[in-house]
Write a protein that binds this ligand. Structure first.
Ligand SMILES: NC(=O)c1ccc[n+]([C@@H]2O[C@H](COP(=O)([O-])OP(=O)(O)OC[C@H]3O[C@@H](n4cnc5c(N)ncnc54)[C@H](O)[C@@H]3O)[C@@H](O)[C@H]2O)c1
Length: 510
């Protein structure tokens, strides 16, 4: 296939404009068309201003900006795209409209011109159905804002010729972006992998485990994410995120991992959409979320002694190291002593389950989340059962905040907050790999660049935290709740069983 030089773009909205910008900057000849001629001319003006700004900020040379302008041409009719080697559509997200457009384009462009769709949620195979040559139709999914979001998904429909996707992989790289390859499945890679965080965050909130702002703070400061689920949903707006949650759930025929929450349904119905309406999960004043003041840290009693349950080797070792650093008086008796704070370190179990199983004193038992690095984390998380006494919870809080690290106290939850959200993120990513929607490498890359998750992407993150611990969390969550959403993907289970990294593709192709 010849190298692509002339690119037609249909739709000059947010996405079409962004694609036009990076294509023209990469020296491609861009033909931009929109049914609304004003939209196309407005895009041309905005792009000229963008290039001026980039020059003023020293991000682009005046020469390069001038060249980019020369490479952009606004077209008055679809016929003007006849010379394009590739046409990408970024028009309204409606299947019949996209199909009609591709049908019309087939009468205009050459027989080997590629037809690409920037759709986020429609099937590439379905869009191609009306075409005489469905082999030339492919998904080319950019993210918003296009110049800053450096990842692009290339999606093969059922009838796409692989060489068409290959050509777009090469072109994407020429445009300075990172290309990943996916099969035509709902949500492709990024919008599929993104289910793990919001859906589980909502489930945690629905169970009254912690308020929205506490869940967000835990995700950011304990687990190292840039944003928690509620901050993210407030940014996107529930008018966008709730229908996407419903659509992916429906497209996977009720897969429990993607079960949406009535929390967002009610808030959407009430117009509480997020930043765009001034109120979402947070209330905003001058663009900033209004947060309740943090609870005061209690004092540590001088005679406080703690006992750390020995049953979980990893949890016990991590908790012991931390409490030693904090100067706690640790009782090392084999059995829980009297009048001592009892610390347990569950992975995917709640405190009530451990109390019942080991016959612990419910009034004095407090659980510490030890999945994440405890010494460098900027937040620690504890929980007691509903029978815990305030004075013992305060004692644990005081001790764990002795080095000024903030402590979140949540209600008894199998998997705390971060364990269960992160385990779900890893599990969903594992299942994308299991379904051969994309390679393990591309899943990590796409999610790291598309969602900004920490640790090199969800599979690498699971590996770093310990794939065996992630599996243990999921198994305990599944056993405790009976909810199929927590069943472990075979991708995760088999790699743990064989001692292979989650990023391993497997040695024999199916
Ligand atoms: N906005 C995002 O965050 C985002 C991200 C990835 C993908 N997408 C997808 O990209 C596409 C465009 O999204 P957008 O946000 O740029 O939309 P937009 O509303 O900003 O722009 C769409 C443009 O297409 C034009 N248009 C509509 N129907 C047309 C037709 N039949 N022929 C020619 N022009 C037509 C409209 O006049 C408008 O200017 C959609 O499929 C969307 O799902 C959007």
């Amino acid at each position: 296939m010849q190298q692509i030089q002339t690119v037609g773009i249909v739709g000059a909205g947010a996405m079409g404009r962004g694609i036009a910008q990076i294509a023209a900057q990469a020296g491609l000849d861009v033909l931009l068309f929109d049914v609304n001629a004003d939209a196309a001319h407005a895009a041309e003006q905005t792009l000229a201003q963008t290039w001026d700004k980039l020059v003023a900020r020293g991000k682009l040379s005046a020469q390069a900006a001038h060249a980019a302008r020369q490479h952009l041409r606004v077209c008055a009719s679809l016929q003007d795209l006849a010379q394009a080697a590739l046409v990408v559509e970024a028009i309204v997200e409606k299947l019949d409209v996209k199909r009609d457009l591709f049908k019309q384009l087939e009468q205009i462009v050459s027989a080997d011109c590629i037809l690409a769709s920037n759709t986020s949620s429609l099937s590439i195979t379905a869009i191609a159905l009306a075409c005489e040559r469905p082999a030339r139709v492919v998904g080319w999914h950019f993210f918003n804002p296009v110049p800053l979001m450096k990842v692009v998904e290339i999606i093969d429909g059922l009838r796409s010729d692989p060489s068409v996707g290959d050509a777009l992989m090469e072109l994407t790289r020429r445009m300075g972006h990172t290309a990943v390859r996916a099969r035509d499945m709902p949500g492709f890679i990024v919008n599929h992998a993104g289910r793990g965080m919001n859906i589980e965050g909502l489930k945690v909130a629905q169970e009254s485990i912690a308020p929205f702002h506490v869940i967000d703070a835990i995700l950011r400061e304990q687990a190292g994410f840039r944003m928690g689920p509620f901050e993210l949903m407030d940014l996107t707006g529930l008018d966008v995120s709730h229908p996407v949650m419903e659509s992916i759930f429906a497209q996977f025929y009720g897969e429990p991992r993607f079960r949406p929450s009535p929390i967002t349904a009610v808030r959407l119905a009430g117009g509480v959409l997020g930043r765009k309406t001034g109120e979402g999960f947070y209330r905003y004043e001058d663009g900033k979320p209004v947060l309740p003041p943090a609870a005061a840290v209690p004092r540590v009693a001088a005679d406080l002694k703690i006992w750390i349950a020995p049953w979980h080797p990893v949890g016990h070792a991590r908790a012991s190291a931390l409490f030693n650093t904090l100067g706690a008086q640790i009782d090392t008796s084999a059995q829980p002593p009297e009048d001592t704070l009892l610390i347990v370190t569950p992975f995917g179990q709640d405190v009530a389950t451990l109390i019942q199983h080991h016959g612990l004193d419910a009034r004095r038992t407090v659980a510490l989340d030890t999945l994440f690095e405890l010494n460098t984390a900027s937040r620690r998380v504890i929980m007691g059962s509903l029978a815990v006494q305030r004075k013992w919870l305060d004692a644990a809080h005081a001790l764990l905040a002795a080095d000024n690290t903030p402590v979140s106290i949540i209600h008894d939850s199998a998997g705390f907050v971060a364990q269960r959200i992160v385990a779900n993120i890893v599990n969903v990513a594992c299942d994308i790999a299991q379904q051969s929607i994309a390679s393990a490498h591309d899943i990590d890359l796409a999610v790291k660049l598309g969602l900004g998750y920490p640790g090199g992407g969800p599979l690498s993150l699971g590996q770093t935290l310990g794939a065996d611990l992630i599996l243990e969390i999921l198994r305990n969550l599944h056993a405790t709740t009976g909810d199929m959403r927590y069943r472990a993907s075979p991708w995760l289970r088999q790699r743990v069983q064989l001692g292979l990294p989650l990023t391993t593709q497997g040695s024999i192709a199916a």
